[in-house]
Write a protein that binds this ligand. Sequence first.
Ligand SMILES: [Zn+2]
Length: 369
Amino acid sequence: MNEPIPQLSSYDEPSLDAAFATLAEEVRSETSAPHDAEVFRLRWLSRKQGRLKLVSDAWLKSAPSEARKPLGLRFNQLKQQIEAVLADAAASPAVPAAKVGIDITLPGSVRAPGIPHPLLKTMQEIVAVFHRLGYSTALGPQVETDFYNFEALNFPPNHPARDTQDTLVVAGQQSRPSRDRLLMRTHTSPVQIRTMVAQAPPVRIVVPGKVHRNDAADATHSPVFHQVEGLCVDTNITFSDLKGTLDHAMKALFGSSVKTRFFPSFFPFTEPSADVQISCIFCAGKGCRKCKHSGWIELLGCGMVDPAVFASVTAERRKTNPADDAYNPERVTGFAFGMGVERIAMVQHGTSEIGHFYSGDMRFLEQFA
Ligand SMILES: [Zn+2]
């Protein structure tokens, strides 16, 4: 494909200038129109048939010794011109493919696959632990009504979590009855109510999702964060089932040597309620800075479903079926638990700064690929 290089009639400097100017003009005219950089590179720099190789064969080898230096100088200038064109092409490879044609035998350009965000990964890990226990995933809206977010979950009207300090409410709702007013859900618990209203026991659901609170961002708080919540309702469900389930889940997430312990706590929608701590995974319970030298890390809340919650669910279900008695607390019991995904991820990865997860800094995020 390469036309032959004409023999030089003379090796004096004007003849050399003229011969190399022709080649330089050839390079310029080839690269002024859209062209394929790789075709251009092969045409000029190919070791076997490239035009530079032909020039070297035709002119340099037979040159008289006094012409070697001026010839070599011009040869190098031409080579630099070609390399500069190729460097430009590498910096901006945007040659319209339609104009140069596509060589389908060339290797494709590989786009680096993305990685799951570490929070998403942790959330999926938690959900997977419960899937293996027979739970299914339930999802619900992030914009919720007061009824599902608070009222049905037994939050008294003066409960501090309803305070506008904590809850982001949708503006312009004053004309609506209080149960229909919209807000950003403060926890994933409304999905428990939605599920029980729609479905009779047995219920085993795990609820991952985004929640919103009017919290100032600091090292451990963010106004938007993620929870995974679980609910199990059936006959003969006891606190022992709750303890065994969560003990298994914590061992699945943090390793089989992790111990759990339960402390009395308070949540409006469970009675009794408990906070769950795991033995510190950094010091194996000996005491370190991460666990504030207690040997334990608090990770989640849980409890037995309060009969008042079943009563709210039953009242809703009776709107469509007045005889409904599926959630009679004399017959069914249940437990619920909830954990912050950020909290779990921070313990898993040993970071004490929640902001890292939201920063978009690839140096941080790529560590968990
Ligand atoms: Zn520790």
